[in-house]
Design a binder for this molecule. Structure first.
Ligand SMILES: O=C(O)c1ccccc1NCC(=O)[C@H](O)[C@H](O)COP(=O)(O)O
Length: 215
């Protein structure tokens, strides 16, 4: 199972987290967040994909940020429409990253108690992954787990990231979930606030323990 560590902020901490070996590292490009990032990304190994997290940012802002930070993925955490994702995919193919690999598009859906999976259909062709997070006061990083039971209704074959308040306390529940049919397309686990001592500052020992538990 892949691991994404989101909400990185501090250069030394990025290097420490890199040593744990996640597959993705996320950077929040949404100013109101306590994890808002606008400085320099440390030299982390190439196999760790850098993900830019955006909330209803313009196409221009996203493209400029991809270029500035050499991002390999973008996570869209707002109300971005299928057409917006399509435009981003188009820009991606033509101008962002040629001749390198295309930037992955991760579209986020926030879940409270139930969820209308019908809305995924329009995004199938225009994003690479879905990410399921917990609906809360903020667009992301709320620190609450949603009921994964909802995913029994998952109608798609698109791989998804499971997110929302996941910490070491969820390890047993997660192991159980990963045995179930509804986790067939679960591609990665996304963690954030449950591994912090302060916004954007991750706890390395906890991350090591968690990574082992999902291997
Ligand atoms: O983390 C933030 O501050 C944030 C703010 C606005 C949009 C997205 C944000 N985080 C994105 C993530 O991918 C988080 O890992 C995800 O929401 C889960 O966070 P948590 O509930 O703290 O585990």
């Amino acid at each position: 199972m892949k691991l994404k560590v989101c909400g990185m902020k501090y250069p030394d901490n990025m290097l420490e987290v890199a040593s744990v070996g996640p597959d993705y590292m996320g950077f929040i490009f949404w100013e109101p967040s306590s994890r808002f990032f606008n400085t320099t990304i440390s030299e982390i190994p190439n196999h760790i994909k850098k993900v830019g997290v955006f909330v209803d940012a313009s196409l221009e802002e996203i493209i400029n940020t991809i270029k500035r930070y050499n991002l390999q993925a973008v996570q869209l955490h707002g109300k971005e429409s299928p057409d917006f994702c399509k435009q981003l995919k188009g820009a991606n193919k033509s101008e962002i990253n040629k001749p390198k690999r295309e930037v992955e598009i991760i579209k986020v859906f926030s879940i409270k108690d139930d969820f209308n999976f019908g809305q995924l259909q329009a995004y199938e062709a225009v994003c690479d992954y879905f990410l399921f997070d917990t609906k809360g006061k903020l667009p992301g990083g709320n620190g609450y787990v949603f009921s994964w039971e909802v995913l029994k209704e998952y109608p798609s074959k698109k791989p998804y990231f499971l997110s929302g308040g996941i910490g070491l306390e969820e390890t047993d529940k997660l192991k159980d979930f990963l045995q179930r049919p509804e986790s067939k397309y679960c591609y990665a686990i996304d963690v954030n606030s449950k591994f912090e001592t302060a916004p954007g500052l991750k706890e390395i020992e906890k991350l090591k323990e968690f990574k082992k538990s999902i291997e």
